[in-house]
Design a protein around this ligand. Structure first.
Ligand code: SAM
Length: 210
């Protein structure tokens, strides 16, 4: 049995753990809405508390749509959305996360996810065709990736931006330079006293990103 020490940290958003008893392993298997995720929590981020949010997004994806998950981790959003979408491209900068995502696709017999080991900022030079949905689950520092997200989202498509904040609408000023047709914000979960993860569903309008 292990217990987490503090908050997630570092570029891969992982945690340190203390062994409390028994086998000193940070590997675990999580079952969620008919999917199974194998994750080593010391190497790869995973939060079961986002399960409801994943189901909410799955309800917004239409059959035939193409999804990009820019910060995919072990693939919980990517694999959940793959059951609704035609195709999901899922990138992460952490090689262990991409390895876990490939293994999770195999275990769940999912064949329409393309795992990509890449810095999300470089994705516009990898994909030329825009997506119907772009998922940005890097709540601590998503805003520098907005130019990549807008350039990869079709007009009429939706960017799902997650942002750690302490005031409603905190991310809205950062959207001002971009072609936004509409934005809907909601609270996903609390993070610490006075801070929460917000989700912004951003409807991309016509026009090009700066
Ligand atoms: N979406 C996954 C989930 O819900 O379990 C992972 C979310 S975790 C908060 C953020 C992920 O972004 C981490 O797996 C981290 O390795 C990845 N990441 C951080 N910076 C990145 C970058 N520049 N490009 C791509 N992935 C990045």
């Amino acid at each position: 049995m292990v217990a987490p020490e503090g908050h997630v940290e570092g570029p891969y958003r992982t945690r340190r753990f203390t062994v409390l008893a028994g086998e000193p392993t940070t590997e675990t298997e999580v079952r969620e809405h008919g999917l199974v995720f194998r994750v080593d929590l010391a190497e790869v981020y995973f939060s079961a508390r986002l399960s409801t949010e994943r189901q909410r997004l799955a309800g917004l994806v239409e059959p035939g749509e193409r999804v990009l998950d820019m910060f995919a981790g072990a693939g919980p959003f990517a694999l959940t959305l793959a059951r609704a979408a035609r195709f999901v491209a899922a990138s992460d900068i952490n090689p262990a996360a991409v390895g876990a995502m490939i293994e999770n696709c195999r275990r769940n017999r999912i064949t329409n996810v393309l795992p990509v080991l890449a810095d999300a900022a470089r994705l516009p030079s990898v994909f030329t065709r825009p997506f119907d949905h772009v998922v940005m689950n890097l709540p601590l520092s998503p805003l520098p990736f907005l130019p990549a997200a807008f350039s990869l989202c079709r007009p009429g498509g939706t960017i799902h931006l997650y942002h750690l904040q302490s005031a409603e609408g905190e991310a809205l000023p950062a959207l001002a330079p971009f072609p936004v047709a509409d934005v809907v914000e909601h609270r996903v979960r609390s993070y610490s006293p006075g801070r929460w993860h917000a989700a912004y569903d951003i409807l991309a309008g016509p026009g090009t990103a700066p």
